[in-house]
Write a protein that binds this ligand. Structure first.
Ligand code: IPM
Ligand code: MN
Length: 350
């Protein structure tokens, strides 16, 4: 019996998660899985009502689950940073979800913005360090609000944190059916402390993986190559901030936020699965949002739980719906409503 905590969250999060759960139910029936879900109403509404973000008792309950399925966090009436830091990042930190795994894959039939590139060219994953870097919250203000104010925001890179991320990336590269090439995305020409550590650790750990080709590129160049030659990439490993930025770019070349999913992992422990896009409040309740990102996150969750066959079936169902049905992956341009897309995927889970 898998116990899954569900946080539908804000904006279009709940309507995306509803379709994800619909598809999970189909996978449960088809593969005879035992799934139990527990829903938590965390997010902007609850914060505005009660001031609570992530109550310690809820965190303790989540820790006893096998996985956490999250919709979206972000509310127009809550100042930016409060929900993000108090809930989403708090979950990543408190559960020590040190990997953010984000596949960038163009499914056949999906029209991406890169006209000369097809599914054979766009199929890589980004391994983003998820607990350190600029996200660690180190720094502060001096004389805030005066003409002499100073704001310092430091990037924290520990050998332990970097090394466990790199090991995951090398292992993932080894098991993935790719070209066995791991690209470190950094900025060794300017960030000469942080990425010096990353680069040394990369080659030291990499020596234990002679079957994996090691490659390096600066983050700005990565942005260029992701557009010009995405076929060069198999697995990209990088720090938290660069990983955040390049995965939005990655989402675009795979057809948009409508399909981009991510897994926040601590191998062996409760891990969190989410669409990588935001809460998209302007589409809330209109049945326009594409639920495929949430469905793909559910597939990653099944895979993480050890249900590889069910995960594959869901992914194939998504691919079929993209190929046979959807006009576009963008909200409101799919040719189907949010619920209809979920119905279609569920039907194809064979
Ligand atoms: C993401 C998001 C978050 C991040 C925000 C909402 C804090 O952009 O998951 O990529 O920056 O990590
Ligand atoms: Mn982001």
């Amino acid at each position: 019996m898998y116990k899954i905590a569900v946080i539908p969250g804000d904006g279009t999060g709940p309507e995306q998660i509803r379709e994800g759960l619909k598809v999970l139910d189909a996978a449960r029936d088809r593969f005879g899985l035992a799934l139990e879900t527990v829903e938590y109403d965390l997010g902007g509404e609850r914060y505005l009502r009660t001031g609570e973000l992530l109550p310690p008792s809820v965190l303790e309950e989540i820790k006893l689950c096998d996985a956490l399925y999250l919709g979206a966090i972000g509310h127009p009436d809550v100042k930016p940073g409060i929900l993000e830091k108090g809930l989403l990042l708090q979950l990543r930190f408190d559960l020590d979800l040190y990997i953010n795994l984000r596949p960038v894959k163009l499914y056949p039939g999906v029209e991406g913005p890169l006209k000369s590139k097809g599914p054979a060219d766009i199929d890589f994953v980004v391994v983003r360090e998820n607990t350190e870097g600029l996200y660690a919250g180190a720094g502060g203000f001096l004389r805030r609000g005066t003409p002499f104010e100073v704001a310092v925001q430091e990037s924290v890179n520990t050998r332990f944190g970097v090394e466990r991320c790199l090991r995951y990336a090398f292992d993932h590269c080894r098991t993935r059916r790719g070209r066995k090439k791991l690209t470190l995305c950094g900025k060794t020409n300017v960030l000469t402390y942080a990425f010096d550590l990353w680069e040394r650790a990369f080659h030291e750990v990499g020596a234990e993986y002679p079957d994996i080709q090691r490659d390096y590129a600066h983050v700005d160049a990565i942005c260029m190559w992701m557009i010009k030659n995405p076929e060069w990439f198999d697995v990209i490993v990088t720090d938290n901030m660069f990983g955040d930025i390049i995965t939005d770019l990655g989402a675009m070349i795979q057809g948009g936020m409508g399909i981009a999913a991510g897994a926040n992992l601590h191998p062996g422990r409760v891990s969190m699965f989410e669409p990588i896009g935001g809460s998209a409040p302007k589409y809330t309740g209109r049945g326009m949002i594409n639920p495929l990102a949430a469905v793909c996150a559910a597939a990653m969750m099944l895979d993480y739980l050890g249900e590889a066959e069910a995960a594959k079936a869901v992914e194939q169902a998504v691919a079929t719906v993209c190929r046979e049905h959807l006009r576009s992956l963008n909200a409101g341009e799919m040719g189907y409503s949010t619920g209809e897309v979920g119905d279609l995927v569920a039907e194809y889970v064979l």
